[in-house]
Structures are given as structure tokens and as C-alpha cells.
Design a binder for this molecule. Structure first.
Ligand code: GUN
Length: 285
């Protein structure tokens, strides 16, 4: 086990949180206000409860005010939309996050589209997705932005490199492909219908696994010396958290690799704080 090749998301997230805490303190000094984040949690899915608790705790650490709004899982879509509209108008709230997944009676796309784009700290609103795709400044989705920060802050060069992204979700695969391309990588996108996946992934200088299937990236998918970023958050049969990458098999041949837990997850959380501060700044000035 060669710890030096691990990209430690906890350490990098702490560094970012330190920077944000300073910025929040300066903003508070200059404006007398603090950034405010509202998190809406519908129902009581245990994983969502854990994520939301983490987000609220993170806010406290850097001096962001947070407000947790809980709604029963029987809530109608109209009522949830009204809640979003209320927060859109609330001058003390600069960031709005609706925790996903939502119950079946609610269309998540409608809810996401209702959030004011300048308060959309998840970066999921179609306007922010479109701004990213066209190269305009926007609130970036947290996991893709966290991945980019991980690469940059650990000295991985991106320009000219071949990045292969496995997974094409709106939350990770698509936006991380765009961000890597913006950084001048040559990007290949693979997905569930890709034929001979290993043929493609073996070409990667930087491999991003964002599929949500336990250990589907094995040693045969990885070129010696590749940088491997694991976005997966899966449970093993023993109930442990584990990634999309078979870490024990891949770690010996990777040049750099992110662990799960302690890799991309903490970076995602840090970038939510980053977006909240960024959103607040646009309201303060
Ligand atoms: N559920 C799991 N991850 C996320 C996320 O990043 N944002 C939201 N809103 N819900 C999630």
C-alpha cells in the first residue's frame, strides 16, 4: 500500500473549507451579512438524512448560516414548488438545495427548474447546465467541480491528456466531461451501452468512474500509470461503503487514485459551500 499515490479528498476539502471560512469572515466584516443556505429534505431516507446532516455541519464549520426544511414524503408537488418560490424570494437565503431523490409523486426536473438559477448551488438548473456547456460562468455541479479541484490541487496535469469518463449522468458524467474538455483534455465518454469498455478505459491518462456499480472497474480496465477518480458510493454485501473501482486491484498500477470513502465525497461537500459563498457574493455586491 503506497499511501503517497492516494488523492486524499478529506485533506483537500479541509484546505478548501479553510479558504472559504476566511472569505466568509471577510464578507461578514464588509457587509454585515453571512451567506445563507436552505436545504429541503423530503421524507426520511436514511442516506439523505446522513448527507443533509453533513451539509448542515459543513456550513457551521465555515460560518455559513444554514436552514434545514423538512417535509413529509406525502407532500404534493405544488406545495414543494411553493416552498422553493418562498426561498427564491427570501433575501437571507443565497443557496437552495433540494435533496434528491424525491418521492414518486414529484417530478424532480420541475422542482430543479423552479429554483432561481443564481441560488442553484447544486448547479442542476438547465440554465446553469447550459451555461457550463457553452463555456459561460455558472454555478458548477459540486461533484464535477470537486473532481477538477482534486486534480488541480494534487498537481495532475490535464491539458492534452486523454480523459475517459464512464457514466453520462447530468449530475456527474456529462458535466465532468465538459469541465475536463474546458481544461483542454481530450475526452471520451463511455456508458452502459459502450462496446468493449475496457478497450476505451485502457486509453485513459485520467479515468473517471461514475456509474454507481460496485467494483465494475477492474485492473483490466486501467492502463499502468493512469490517474483514477472514483465517484462511486456503493455498499458491499457486508454493508461497507465502496466505489465503482476495485481499489485493491487497481491501486498497484495507478499513478494516483482516490479512495472511497474519503475521496470525491468530501470534495463534493466542499464545493457546495464554495457555491453558496459564490452565490452570496452576487447578492451582496
Ligand atoms: N442526493 C445525492 N447527492 C445529491 C446532490 O449532490 N444534490 C442533491 N440535491 N441531492 C443529492
Amino acid at each position: 500500500m503506497e499511501q503517497g499515490k492516494w488523492i486524499d479528498g478529506k485533506v483537500l476539502a479541509k484546505e478548501i473549507k479553510g479558504e472559504l471560512a476566511k472569505e466568509v469572515a471577510v464578507l461578514a466584516e464588509e457587509t454585515g451579512e453571512r451567506p445563507g443556505l436552505a436545504v429541503i429534505l423530503v421524507g426520511n431516507d436514511p442516506a439523505s438524512e446522513t448527507y443533509v446532516r453533513g451539509k448542515v455541519r459543513d456550513c457551521e464549520e465555515v460560518g455559513i448560516r444554514s436552514q434545514l426544511i423538512r417535509k413529509p414524503d406525502t407532500i404534493e408537488e405544488d406545495e414543494l414548488l411553493s416552498e422553493v418560490q418562498r426561498l427564491n424570494e427570501d433575501p437571507a437565503i443565497h443557496g437552495i438545495l433540494v435533496q434528491l431523490p424525491l418521492p414518486d409523486q414529484i417530478n424532480p426536473d420541475r422542482v430543479i427548474s423552479e429554483i432561481r438559477p443564481d441560488k442553484d448551488v447544486d448547479g442542476f438548473h438547465p440554465l446553469n447546465a447550459g451555461r457550463l456547456a457553452t463555456g459561460l460562468d455558472s454555478l458548477l455541479p459540486c461533484t464535477p467541480h470537486g473532481i477538477l479541484q482534486m486534480l488541480k490541487r494534487s498537481g495532475v496535469s490535464i491539458a492534452g491528456k486523454h480523459a475517459v469518463v464512464v457514466g453520462r449522468s447530468n449530475i456527474v458524467g456529462k458535466p465532468v466531461s465538459l469541465l475536463l474538455q474546458r481544461e483542454n483534455a481530450t475526452v471520451t465518454m463511455c456508458h452502459s451501452r459502450t462496446e468493449d469498455l475496457a478497450h476505451h478505459t485502457r486509453q485513459a491518462d485520467i479515468l473517471v468512474a461514475a456509474v454507481g456499480r460496485l467494483h465494475m472497474i477492474t485492473r483490466q480496465h486501467v492502463r499502468e500509470g493512469a490517474v483514477v477518480i472514483d465517484v462511486g458510493m456503493n455498499r458491499t454485501p457486508e454493508g461497507k461503503l465502496a466505489g465503482d473501482v476495485d481499489f485493491d486491484a487497481v491501486e498497484p498500477i495507478a499513478s494516483r487514485i482516490t479512495p472511497v470513502p474519503g475521496g470525491v465525497g468530501p470534495m463534493t461537500r466542499a464545493m457546495l459551500l464554495y457555491n453558496t459563498v459564490k452565490a452570496a457574493r452576487t447578492f451582496f455586491t
